[in-house]
Design a binder for this molecule. Structure first.
Ligand code: ZN
Length: 241
């Protein structure tokens, strides 16, 4: 597997989550491992997760409040600072406002690398995931341009983007027992979303175990890393994709 030079040794990261729980599901073990190595990391959750129930008796506000508390517990578990933008779960979102939010985040946190869900998936139906992934990707191009006025803050260049839930992995990030345990406990903080034997959690666990076997580890998270230069006018078709 090719590995993007640099990101594993970077010292500062921003992890962007469309909803409470996505970062933990997509790259919670990687986040835990990087923090354990001494890197600084923050999680930014874009929407409030208010649609996250099938119980019509629970109000959206109650769900959002529950999920905010769960997300705070997960961030505490992982040892990272948390920012919650609380935009409406499910939108509607204006893409360019979302991009401004993403630029403002990058300029405020000033990470070397930003993690976000891969927006370039053929079968991702959830527009929050597609739009947040795209907005953060484009923000990575724009946040260092001093004349880009959308999004407050002083210009800041990130070195690249690392996608979780990737279409194609460039990296399998091997997890040891401790980082895998932190991932599991952080996911378990989202009690309103995942009961025992949750099928999504079980499917991801199986994927992590398969990836881990390929890497000689107990588990590995699939990631797709790109430098900032690889986010615009990429190389010849087939060379990278
Ligand atoms: Zn989500």
């Amino acid at each position: 597997m090719s590995t993007l030079p640099g990101w594993r040794d970077a010292r500062s990261f921003l992890f962007v989550s469309p909803h409470p729980d996505d970062v933990e599901l997509g790259c919670g073990g990687t986040l835990a491992a990087l923090v354990r190595k001494g890197a600084s990391a923050e999680i930014a959750v874009i929407t409030d997760g208010r649609l996250g129930t099938r119980d019509p008796g629970r109000s959206p506000e109650e769900i959002a409040s529950t999920r905010a508390a769960e997300q705070e517990a997960a961030a505490l578990m992982l040892g990272v600072r948390l920012r919650m933008l609380a935009l409406p779960d499910g939108g509607p979102h204006d893409y360019y406002r979302l991009r401004d939010h993403a630029v403002a985040l990058l300029r405020a946190v000033r990470p070397q690398y930003v993690f976000v869900c891969d927006p370039y998936l053929p079968y991702e139906a959830h527009s929050d995931h597609r739009m947040v992934g795209l907005a953060v990707s484009e923000a990575a191009l724009l946040s260092g341009l001093p004349h880009y006025a959308g999004g407050s803050g002083e210009a800041h260049d990130v070195e690249g983007v690392v996608y979780y839930f990737p279409r194609r992995a460039t990296d399998l990030f091997a997890l040891d027992e401790q980082s895998l345990g932190l991932r599991r406990r952080a996911i378990a903080c989202h009690q309103s979303q995942f009961g025992a034997d949750d099928p999504i959690v079980a499917r991801l666990e199986a994927q992590l175990a398969r990836n881990g076997a390929a890497e000689g580890a107990i588990a590995a998270e699939p990631l797709h890393a790109r430098t900032r230069a690889q986010l615009h006018i990429p190389g010849p078709l087939g060379a990278e994709d």
